[in-house]
Design a protein around this ligand. Structure first.
Ligand SMILES: [Ca+2]
Ligand SMILES: [Ca+2]
Ligand SMILES: [Ca+2]
Length: 213
């Protein structure tokens, strides 16, 4: 029996897909960030909803990425093109059928200031996770997972929002996955064994179940 493939329902959940689009602060191409950073109106799969944009950092800018070379900070550097708070919101629209899903991602705070590094994760208008750590208590990439149910099929926005003090320094985000949880062993969206362990942990520990209102 072959090992089933990982079925992430998100495009560019690792933030490592690149192309020639240029940043708002330095005009740096996304595919030439090397060990640097810039802020983008959109990146493959993800679009700014409000705020200054999506700040993409390459490994070595502040930390090393959790996956690949790139990660995200949503308390973003200002630029001459966009307006609003540096705390920014980005989203990706996915089409989900009725069922149970797991959203997972890696987060780590940048500063040791209270209420400075917030990241909120939402599906539609439902808040799945609200993180706001400081470096003195959490200074490594940590995975968070949430279980949610879709009772009405259709397109939903997966949204990440920076919260707290608006100062260009915030929480980091990397390696986002959205998996359908299956009870049918023949389903084609069976996650890899490592992911199954994660789902178990999510259901026992951090998982929450949302009821559609
Ligand atoms: Ca990455
Ligand atoms: Ca920033
Ligand atoms: Ca901040």
């Amino acid at each position: 029996m072959s090992i089933p493939s990982f079925a992430n329902l998100l495009t560019n959940g690792n933030f490592d897909e690149t192309d020639s689009r240029t940043g708002l602060v330095h005009g740096r191409r996304l595919d030439q960030l090397s060990a640097n950073w810039d802020v983008y109106t959109s990146i493959p799969g993800w679009t700014t909803q409000s705020g200054r944009g999506i700040e993409v950092q390459a490994s070595g800018t502040v930390f090393n990425a959790h996956s690949g070379n790139l990660y995200i900070e949503l308390d973003s550097h200002p630029n001459d093109t966009t307006t609003g708070s540096t705390n920014s919101i980005m989203f990706q629209t996915v089409n989900l059928g009725i069922g149970d899903y797991i959203l997972s991602f890696y987060y780590r705070p940048r500063t040791d200031t209270a209420n400075d590094n917030g990241i909120q994760a939402r599906i539609g208008t439902d808040v799945l996770l609200n993180l706001n750590a400081v470096t003195s208590t959490s200074n490594a990439w940590t995975q968070y997972s949430a279980l949610f149910s879709v009772t009405s099929a259709g397109s939903k926005n997966v949204t990440f929002e920076a919260t707290g003090i608006d100062n260009q320094l915030g929480g980091f985000l990397d390696t986002v996955s959205l998996l359908q949880r299956t009870t049918d062993g023949t389903s084609e969206t069976i996650p890899e064994p490592s992911t199954l362990a994660l789902i178990g942990a999510a259901m026992v520990g951090l998982g929450i179940k949302l009821r559609r209102r």
